[in-house]
Design a protein around this ligand. Structure first.
Ligand code: FAD
Length: 437
């Protein structure tokens, strides 16, 4: 008799989850659990918390959806408001659990949590597999320690190796009996606030969005529209669901390949794959560099020349800087939990170059706010823009006037998000925009 635990993390779905299938096939009874760590709500050294209101609301909805799907199969999700090690300790001591299933983890802290469990309990068998990336490690034409130093080199190697993408697997057809009876959600969990979010959380909503996206003509125009600052159809908007694992990247690639077979491939459809490869690169980058992902000097040998001005950081966070385009993007983020890729590049460049702040504060604020927060994509992109990551050009300085003229020539975006309420910093003239090369 195997009494197991399936610990959901960034794989909040039933379909294309090979590990979940394996857990169901191999267990006589099983508990499906999710651990909400109280640490996520405490202020960290960057004066931010891991999970802000928008992210929290999105996650809670995803968990409820997952629970409903499990209920329809005679099972349920048990949600804990405790550190994972304490939860596992409870199963070990009270339910004789010796087998735990958990997806491969990309983030350093998540990997350390798993190591802490196996170090503490030699009798526990941890069963893992990849549910998050396009390719499995063993498919790649290099060892992790030899991860190419730039995205371009990585992409060329991957493309020339013609790697196959595994077909998505079906949902488990059978679910073992619950190991424990349903438990109400802990009363001490933080309240979910009303948020203004355009994204509906959970696997059902994710599958619906992917189907809708590929039944429109948007994929054939993706490359032309992806840089827009606003607009649901201008980029794929897969990121919140990918980050939570409501859909797998393989399911998306499968849908993209079907679309190309039916409607033809072009630069735009290729570019969706190209961006998913960026995602893939950063996942490997996080695995390769571990704690350096969060280091001030990143993976470079030099620390950036920045300082810390708490007033400037607050202005950046609240969208009250002298720069309308930055303010509009930050207000969009604060209200919706989402910002376009172009917006992210603009505000990150401003934080580093105009406001001369430590890039890690920006990354920590994004971590708190973004409903699509992904440890690897977020910290990797911030390093890249701050010139301490995988960027051969060593830092990117976006000219804010030029960006506004190109991406918001009529000031429509700025007006919509009230970015033109500008404030000076350090008593500088608000109209005095710094112009960079
Ligand atoms: P699309 O343009 O439609 O791209 C399709 C998918 O490709 C995305 O869903 C995403 O999975 C992937 N992708 C696209 N661009 C990138 C990129 N530059 N790096 C990695 N993957 C990419 N993305 C996150 O998912 N989570 C984050 O926490 C995150 N933080 C970022 C921080 C900064 C400073 C910057 C510049 C970028 C960040 N990105 C992050 C990458 C990118 O901005 C978002 O993935 C994208 O805006 C999400 O919208 P979309 O799904 O419509 O993207």
């Amino acid at each position: 008799m195997t009494h197991s635990v399936y610990w959901f993390t960034h794989d909040l779905r039933l379909s294309d989850n090979a590990l979940l299938r394996r857990a169901c096939e191999q267990s006589s009874s099983i508990s499906f659990i999710y651990c909400i760590d109280p640490e996520w709500f405490k202020s960290n050294r960057f004066n931010c918390q891991t999970l802000g209101e928008q992210r929290w609301a999105f996650l809670v909805k995803s968990l409820h959806q997952l629970n409903s799907q499990l209920n329809a199969r005679g099972q349920h999700l048990v949600v804990y408001f405790q550190a994972p090690l304490d939860v596992i300790d409870h199963y070990y001591s009270h339910h004789n659990t010796r087998v735990i299933y958990c997806s491969d983890q990309i983030g350093l802290y998540e990997r350390q949590s798993l190591t802490a469990i196996t170090d503490k309990y030699s009798e526990i068998t941890l069963k893992q597999s990849n549910t998050f990336t396009l390719y499995d490690m063993h498919q790649l034409p290099f060892e992790l320690s030899e991860l190419p130093s730039t995205f371009s080199k990585f992409r060329k190697k991957v493309e020339s190796s013609n790697l196959s993408i595994k077909s998505p697997v079906e949902r488990p057809s059978y679910f073992p009996a619950p190991l424990i009876a349903p438990v109400p959600w802990p009363k001490s969990l933080p309240k979910v606030e009303q948020v203004n979010c355009e994204f509906d959380a959970g696997e059902v909503a994710a599958q619906h969005h992917v189907e809708q996206y590929f039944s429109s003509s948007a994929p054939s125009e993706y490359k032309l529209t992806r840089n827009a600052l606003d607009g649901m159809a201008n980029s794929t908007k897969f990121s919140p669901w990918l980050a939570n694992g409501n859909v797998s990247v393989r399911q998306i690639m499968h849908a993209l390949q079907e679309y190309e077979q039916q409607h033809g491939a072009n630069d735009s459809t290729y570019w969706i794959y190209f961006e998913l490869l960026w995602r893939e690169y950063f996942q490997l980058y996080s695995l390769r560099y571990g704690h350096q992902l969060f280091a001030f000097s990143g993976i470079s040998a030099n620390k950036p020349l920045t300082s810390f001005y708490s007033g400037r950081f607050k202005q950046w966070c609240t969208g009250t800087t002298p720069y309308p385009i930055v303010n509009a993007c930050m207000k969009q983020l604060n209200q919706t939990g989402y910002m376009s890729n172009r917006g992210r590049q603009i505000v990150a460049s401003c934080l580093v170059n105009e406001l001369k702040l430590d890039w890690r504060f920006g990354a920590a604020y994004f971590e708190q706010q973004l409903i699509d927060y992904d440890v690897a994509a977020n910290w990797g992109n911030w390093q890249y823009l701050a010139g301490v990551g995988a960027d051969p050009r060593s830092g990117r300085h976006f000219n804010l006037v030029k960006q506004t003229n190109t991406y918001d020539p009529e000031n429509t975006f700025i007006k919509r998000w009230r970015g033109d309420d500008v404030y000076s910093i350090d008593s500088a003239d608000a109209a005095d925009w710094p112009l960079s090369s």
